[in-house]
Every structure is written in structure tokens, then in C-alpha cells.
Design a protein around this ligand. Structure first.
Ligand SMILES: [Zn+2]
Length: 214
């Protein structure tokens, strides 16, 4: 893989501005007027899944939060601030949690090889692997187990979203943003939508009974 020099980043930026203005002289003036993105995306920080590239979205279309292994922690002020602003001020219609196969955070949690602060950060994934130990052990290769754990991690994080005071307030005022769980398969470039167990979550009281979908 070929990496850029630092100065290339700034050169690329100036070239992009020139090309953009050639196509639309008002582009940046319009962009500066404000943002009304319909999507909040919460994904892993991994450099191989830049959201705007893989979904072909443009500036202004997606509000983004990223952290290692796309965690929704109920004590993470950064995540909660982003979520509150997205739901209550931007009034996004969709909230997407996106994990990916080959996730270093998931692998380190599963193998117990995480060090430093990341070791603390991925502990919820370690716990998840223990809860689903029997299901994971039935899979024949470690890659299969890690892939499944990445999927379980996405489902667990969407579930965590439903436990936030921000979504509770949204549900109480009849505002039901659509929740989505995605896995990005780096080997194919494709996004795989995960089936959310909405019926089960309704029974548990995590989402309102009249939330669309089952
Ligand atoms: Zn990752």
C-alpha cells in the first residue's frame, strides 16, 4: 500500500477545492449555511472504512462519531453528546451502528491481547464473548468466531443505544429514529445489514411496543 507524505494531504485539499469550485462556484457558500443530515453514523475508527467513501455520501449528509470497535458506552460523554445533538437538534431520522469484520478491537478483546487503555475499552466485548461462548465455540475457525463476535457486538451496541436517556426521551415524545446495525465486510467492500431482534426488545421494554418492525 502506498502512503502519502504529509504535504500531499494539503496539496490534495487545494486540488479538491479547485475542482469542486470549477463544478459549482457556490458549493462552499452553500455548505457553510448549515447542516441537516438525516443520518447519524457510529462506527469503528478503523482507517479502512471511511463512511463517506463506502456509502458515496457527501459533506453535510451524515453526522459521524467513531471510536475503537464502535462502542455505545452509557458513561461516554463524547458519544452521548453526539447522540443527543443528533437526535434533539439535528433531528436525524436514522441511527446506524457499523462494525466490521477483521476488527482489531474485537480480535484483541477475544484473544485477550489488548494492552493499555484499549484493554479497558474493549472489556464489554470480552464479556460478550463469554456470554455467547457456546455459540462461538460451535464455529470451526477463529475467523468465523471473530466475525460472529463482530456481529454480536453491533447488535449489543444498538441495544445499548435503546438504554440511553436520549432515546428514552425521544420515544416518550413519539419520536422514533430508525435504528440500524451494519457490518462492513472489508474483503468485499459490502455493507451487510444485521437483523435487529426488535420483537424481543419490545418484550423486554427496550423499545416501545409500536416501534416499527418486528
Ligand atoms: Zn474495528
Amino acid at each position: 500500500m502506498e502512503y502519502y507524505d504529509y504535504s500531499d494531504l494539503l496539496d490534495n485539499n487545494r486540488r479538491w477545492v479547485d475542482e469542486t469550485l470549477k463544478r459549482d462556484p457556490e458549493y462552499f457558500a452553500k455548505l457553510a449555511e448549515g447542516q441537516h443530515p438525516p443520518f447519524l453514523y457510529i462506527g469503528c475508527s478503523d482507517s479502512r472504512k471511511p463512511l463517506n467513501t463506502i456509502t458515496q455520501t457527501r459533506p453535510g449528509e451524515v453526522f459521524i462519531h467513531r471510536n475503537v470497535a464502535n462502542q455505545i458506552s452509557l458513561t461516554d460523554m463524547n458519544l452521548l453528546s453526539v447522540l443527543e445533538f443528533a437526535i434533539e437538534s439535528l433531528k436525524v431520522k436514522h441511527v446506524i451502528v457499523c462494525g466490521h469484520y477483521g476488527c482489531g478491537g474485537v480480535t484483541a478483546a477475544y484473544r485477550g491481547t489488548a494492552t493499555g487503555l484499549v484493554e479497558n475499552w474493549v472489556t464489554p466485548i470480552k464479556d460478550l464473548a463469554l456470554v455467547h461462548k457456546d455459540e462461538l465455540n460451535e464455529l470451526s475457525t477463529e475467523e468465523d468466531r471473530l466475525n460472529r463476535l463482530s456481529e454480536l457486538n453491533v447488535l449489543a451496541q444498538v441495544r445499548n443505544l435503546c438504554k440511553t436517556s436520549i432515546l428514552h426521551r425521544a420515544f416518550a415524545r413519539g419520536d422514533y429514529p430508525q435504528l440500524h446495525g451494519w457490518i462492513f465486510a472489508i474483503r468485499s467492500g459490502l455493507i451487510q445489514e444485521q437483523q435487529l431482534p426488535l420483537g424481543n426488545w419490545k418484550e423486554l421494554g427496550l423499545i416501545p411496543k409500536d416501534y416499527p418492525g418486528s
